[in-house]
Design a protein around this ligand. Structure first.
Ligand code: BGC
Length: 795
């Protein structure tokens, strides 16, 4: 994080560029045991010894998971958990929150069940447990693996203290369509960025040793390709070539497995006709055989039972298919516990299949030290500590993306805000909405811990601050949305209730704007239940009457800074044409107010970059930068240049540009960076050298200079294009990035290694390969990077 005000070095010129090497290495290729702890002989001997003592019912019990809390789908009903746990018929529970509640069931398991096998408690700890950080898509916008690791580490400490030893995170589904509400839980559209972050999340949760008292088992999800749901509609089918599956979608899961992730969750979707929860190709062939994953696989919520809806069999048949395919645990489906025993007894399922699933589950329980330390310490009610708040504020500061900061005539750029303005109007429904600033998917998060924008800005500005909510996030016209939102969030708060009579409140907001020198407009979408699961949208504009509010405030001719508070890319076309300054602040979590204020006032110089392309229009979706070429390319495919109006028989929309409004990797700073002298150490490399040697074969580098007057952090990005391959390759692909901080006038030479990991692609027969070709190479601050060099791979 860069403190502009404290910047000591101004206008210093560095004649000899410094070298930053290494950037971030790509995931490693081969490893015989991704998680040595789970493969340990001693641990497996304990597992086998216990397995020998178990009855068939007790074994099956380990494969059963029930929720004793809220539901995200159909629930198994009329169950008495105390009794089931005492009989050893439950191996894991979810949605049991707090040390007292987890201890309650754990005491039953440890004291009343015959074999005293501890329960493994799992929970959706998605972006923090009690200390809520920005949503994962925002964390991805930091392009900072250390930020992801911090979020995961703090979450692990807090979760474990509550008796939760297993978190259903990270979600690394490649998401290229913001209509899909779950994009907020993802690392965005790019397999390289997502793989780097996947490793960081796993590292933060598991800390290289599951037995530590404050590590938790991570669960990478949703395996596989859940993010490619047709038309962005949640739970929908996925249909894609195996080549794309391997080259794009599987990479981040693989990175998590290589990082030693202890568990994997299946996805709800089918993949090329075979539901992911009963898919032997992904669950056994790829995950177990190719990747040597030795943890266990849990189904998604009810996904085993829902196989009946996929029409691949009745209850017993689908349970057998799921178990045999490699789904070891049935989350809330209530099928493994009720139908598997009979199938084993009648010879339909070999008992060895059950044994293997149980072995995998017990391995994780032993590795976590649950047999030795089953209980949580019950302490006083927990609120986030100042240190954890500080961490949340720092991460949130890094996630903010300055989309636009054009000068206003007679005023200059609006950001960073100076304290010279006599009056500042803060307007908009997100300005003081604690629940929605927290972001989607926070089971144990508390809106009361959120510091809102209104509260932080009034602390900074005192009576210079004027405030008007302007309108609600939803309006009366959103009757159907309102029904599901109020239903779903009833348990937490009524904060989503719309402000009544938006026309009147918009008029008040306009009056407030007129009294001010500058307006900060805080708009977004109801993050709580209109984002995340089952929250697909066909429209991507601001919800309710916010667009009306935006237009009314802009019509006052006051200078407007738009702060967008939403977990997913929204369609900002009108705003981008009429508002001079736009800050994408996502769903920032409990430190929302302080973090946004830090950036608005320039205490933090924004450095976030988009992990996901922002569309001009919903009709462009799925929109992503790594498009493959067509035989009829349109001018401006990969740039912000408009199409040539006269172009007709090319691959384009007649009524919209092809390019993103704000492309992948985009993000401005309060300073400027220039890129010069891109170069490769060796411009030609023999193909055999690349193929035979999984070490870097050359280095590509570029000089980056801070040409502005304040210090700043830049995410330097490396993109490649293979210009002549046996299978057509994307127009650009991210293959490296690093964050560097430069004082004004400072220059650094930034280097990235290139080797097999960066240069390979899947051949038509699905083998990783390199071939003689030329790679075009670009380095820069976004996917529009222009500093160009090339590398030849020769015979
Ligand atoms: C979601 C998962 C989540 C699970 C448990 C499901 O509905 O798809 O991401 O981990 O519920 O709450």
């Amino acid at each position: 994080m860069t403190k502009l005000k404290n910047c000591a070095i101004r206008n210093a010129v560095f004649l000899l560029p410094l070298v930053v090497f290494g950037a971030i290495a790509a995931p490693s290729q081969t490893r015989s045991t991704p998680n040595a702890q789970l493969a340990s002989k001693e641990l497996n001997a304990r597992v086998d010894a216990l397995l020998k003592k178990m009855t068939l019912e007790e074994k099956i019990g380990q494969t059963v998971q029930y929720s004793a809390g809220f539901a995200t789908g159909p629930s198994a009903s009329n169950l008495t958990y105390d009794e089931l746990v005492a009989k050893g018929q439950v191996g894991s529970m979810l949605n049991v929150v707090g040390a007292e509640r987890t201890n309650h069931y754990q005491h039953i398991a440890m004291e009343k069940s015959r074999l005293h096998i501890p329960i493994l408690f799992g929970l959706d700890v998605i972006h923090g447990h009690r200390t809520i950080f920005p949503v994962p898509l925002a964390v991805a916008a930091s392009w900072d693996p250390e930020a992801a690791e911090t979020v995961a580490r703090v979450a692990a400490e807090e979760a474990r203290a509550d008796g939760i030893a297993w978190v259903f995170s990270p979600m690394v589904d490649i998401a290229r369509d913001p209509r899909w509400g779950r994009i907020i839980e993802s690392n965005g559209e790019d397999p390289y960025l997502s793989s780097i972050l996947a490793r960081a999340w796993v590292k933060g949760y598991q800390r290289g040793d599951l037995s530590k008292p404050d590590s938790v088992a991570a669960c990478v999800k949703h395996f596989a390709a859940y993010g490619a749901a047709i038309a962005g509609r949640d739970y929908n089918a996925v249909d894609m070539s195996e080549l794309t599956l391997r080259q794009v979608y599987l990479k981040p899961y693989r990175a998590a497995v290589d990082a030693g992730v202890a568990t994997v969750m299946t996805s709800f979707n089918s993949i090329n006709g075979v539901p992911a929860t009963a898919n032997p190709f992904t669950l056994t062939q790829i995950l177990r055989k190719e990747w040597r994953f030795d943890g266990f696989v849990v189904s998604d919520w009810g996904a085993v039972a829902e196989l009946k809806n996929h029409a691949i069999g009745d209850g017993p048949t689908v349970a057998r298919k799921a178990l045999e395919a490699g789904t070891d645990m049935d989350m809330e489906g209530d099928l493994y516990g009720t139908v598997i025993a009979e199938q084993v007894r009648s010879g339909k399922i070999p008992e060895s299949v059950v044994d293997e699933a149980v072995r995998r589950i017990l391995r994780v329980k032993f590795a976590l030290g649950l047999f030795d330390r089953p209980y949580a310490n019950v302490g006083p009610a927990y609120t986030p500590t100042p240190q954890r708040r500080e961490a949340a504020r720092k991460v949130a500061g890094e996630t903010m993306v300055l989309l636009k900061n054009d000068p206003v005539e007679g005023v200059g750029t609006l950001l960073p805000l100076t304290t010279k303005a006599r009056k500042v109007a803060l307007i908009g429904p997100m300005a003081d909405d604690a629940l929605d600033l927290l972001g989607a998917w926070t089971v144990a998060g508390n809106p009361k811990d959120v510091i809102t924008l209104k509260s932080s800005l009034s602390e900074r500005l005192g009576d210079k601050l004027l405030y008007a909510p302007g309108c609600g996030l939803l309006s009366g016209a959103d009757e159907n949305i309102l029904k599901s939102v109020t239903f779903a969030s009833a348990a937490k708060s009524d904060a989503n209730e719309p402000v009544p009579d938006d026309n009147k409140t918009i008029e008040d907001a306009v009056e407030t704007a007129r009294k001010a020198d500058v307006v900060i407009l805080a708009l977004g979408e109801p993050t709580n239940w209109m984002e995340g699961e089952a929250a697909s949208r066909a429209h991507l504009g601001f919800t309710g009457n916010q667009e009306k509010l935006l237009e009314a405030v802009v019509a006052t001719s006051k200078p407007v800074i738009l702060v967008v508070l939403a977990g997913r890319p929204l369609q900002l076309k009108w705003a981008s044409e009429h508002v001079p300054a736009i800050l994408e602040a996502w769903s920032p979590g409990i430190e929302a107010g302080p973090a946004v204020a830090d950036v608005l006032f320039g205490d933090v110089n924004p450095s976030g970059k988009l992990p996901s392309s922002f569309p001009r229009s919903v009709g462009q979706e799925p929109l992503y930068y790594a498009q493959t070429p067509t035989g009829r390319p349109a001018h401006g495919d990969l740039s912000r240049m408009p199409h040539d109006a006269a172009e007709k028989f090319v691959s384009r929309y007649m009524d919209e540009q092809n390019s993103a409004l704000f492309p992948f990797g985009w993000g401005l700073s309060y300073t400027r960076f220039s890129y010069a002298n891109p170069a490769v150490d060796r411009s030609e490399v023999p193909v055999r050298e690349v193929a035979d040697n999984h070490q870097p074969v050359t280095t590509v580098s570029v000089e980056v200079r801070n040409t502005g007057s304040v210090a700043g952090t830049e995410v330097v990005q490396l993109y490649l294009r293979n210009t002549e391959a046996s299978v057509e390759q994307p127009l650009r692909e991210l293959k490296g990035f690093t964050r560097i901080t430069l004082a004004p006038g400072e220059t650094k030479r930034v280097s990235f290694p290139l080797g097999f990991d960066e240069l390979n692609f899947y051949s038509a027969d699905l083998k990783k390969t390199v071939e003689p070709t030329t790679y075009d190479i670009w380095l820069g601050g976004s996917s529009l990077a222009t500093a160009k060099t090339s590398l030849k791979i020769v015979e």
